[in-house]
Design a protein. Structure first.
Lengths: 259, 134
């Protein structure tokens, strides 16, 4: 926790710049956080845009199949029936893609709009965003995700810090190493553990400006976010040189899930 | 018959008689199914698989005339898959597809490598296949 405390305590500078009759207050940590969120949200949008393009591709292709079935002699209508079924699947798949994309455009970190979030599904989704990074490093990523781990959170915010933590861990991992992500229900809390073969923020200076890899800042933001919702973030050694990031967040406890 | 294992013959010039054999790699099952339907006709054999690892095994076994692959795949990426194929068969004909903005220097990969961004329609991929296979 020592590094985290250091990060939280850093840079409380406030610069005041008079512009005409107006004094603008610019907080450096806020600016850094906003920049870090921009980086994360851009990654989300790129991933969703990828999904939307794939969905559009399926729709275009389904229409092409329908057009072909209308042009050829399709005696018993089998081809038309099949093409229609495919088109319906393409359309039903498309709706959530568009909703996710629109939702990602509104990502922020205020406390409004709390809703029930399936942290397991979100972890799976966010992990998919990092496929290219994982493939580039040839990491052996193991997901051990319990189903139905529900928390009350702002979905976009949860997605942002989750992506930030995973991105940081992937970036901090040496090539060809394992990276384990597990999610469990534990004593009324969701317990997310990301175990990497290297410290997640080893290369991050506390006051570094966020570039594509805003390591330490992301960790601090995730910790503060969890803390403000009754959770916490911890760090622990893992293996010889590795580190675990552990996130605890209050569960929505339903009948039969206590403990 | 063309020797599909000979880089000197494979991937260059006109194909020999017989159906065009296409290996298609796409992890999205719906996209894979639909595109496979669109590509297949009486003059083509299309084998569609969901991962680069499966694709590599299939390619080594059969040396397809054309490989069409998505970039964003689980585990081995589409780009690593393509590089491996081109390493083994430098003249291989390849079409790379992606839903991400493609920032690929195609010329550095090989003379018979093309790229197509999703969403693409049937005429677009047909045009690329025609340009690659004549």
């Amino acid at each position: 926790m020592s590094r985290l405390c250091k990060i939280n305590a850093m840079s409380s500078t406030t610069n005041r710049a008079p512009i005409g009759a107006v004094n603008l207050s610019v907080s450096t940590p806020e600016l850094l956080e906003a920049a870090a969120l921009c980086v994360i949200n851009r990654r989300c949008r790129e991933a969703y845009l990828h999904d939307v393009r794939g969905g559009l591709h399926a729709l275009y292709s389904a229409l092409e199949l329908l057009a072909r079935s209308a042009q050829i002699r399709d005696g018993d209508g089998t081809m038309a029936e099949r093409a229609t079924a495919i088109a319906r699947r393409a359309m039903s798949n498309y709706e959530p893609l568009v909703l996710n994309t629109v939702e990602s455009l509104t990502a922020g970190h205020d406390a409004e709009g709390l809703s029930e979030v399936d942290l397991g599904a979100l972890t799976q989704e966010v992990s998919r965003f990092l496929r290219a990074d994982i493939a580039n490093k040839r990491l052996d990523v193991r997901l051990d995700i319990e189903t139905d781990v529900r928390v009350r959170a702002r979905r976009e915010t949860a997605r942002s810090w989750l992506l930030g933590l995973l991105l940081t861990s992937v970036d901090g991992s040496p090539p060809d190493q394992p990276l384990t992500v597990s999610l469990r229900r534990e004593a009324g809390l969701a317990r997310l553990v990301i175990a990497a073969a290297a410290p997640a923020a080893a290369s991050a200076a506390p006051a570094a400006a966020p570039g594509d890899r805003p390591d330490a800042l992301i960790l601090a933001m995730a910790a503060r976010w969890a803390d403000s919702h009754g959770g916490r973030v911890e760090f622990a050694p893992a293996g010889v040189a590795g580190e675990e990031i552990r996130v605890y967040y209050p569960l929505i406890v339903t009948a039969g899930q206590e403990g | 018959m063309i020797d599909r294992h000979d880089p000197g013959q494979f991937g260059t010039g006109n194909r020999d008689v017989g159906p065009l054999r296409i290996l298609y790699i796409e992890d999205n099952s719906l996209v894979r199914e639909i595109t496979c339907e669109l590509l297949a006709n009486e003059n083509r054999e299309v084998v569609a698989l969901g991962s680069a690892e499966e694709g590599m095994v299939a390619y080594r076994d059969n040396r397809y005339d054309v490989v069409i692959t998505d970039v964003n795949l689980p585990a081995m990426s589409g780009m690593d898959f393509v590089r491996q194929i081109l390493k083994e068969v430098p003249g291989a004909r390849v079409i790379i597809t992606s839903g991400y903005s493609l920032r690929i220097d195609l010329a550095s990969l090989g003379p018979h490598v093309r790229a197509l961004m999703k969403p693409f329609d049937a005429p677009e991929i047909e045009a690329l296949l025609a340009s690659l296979c004549g």
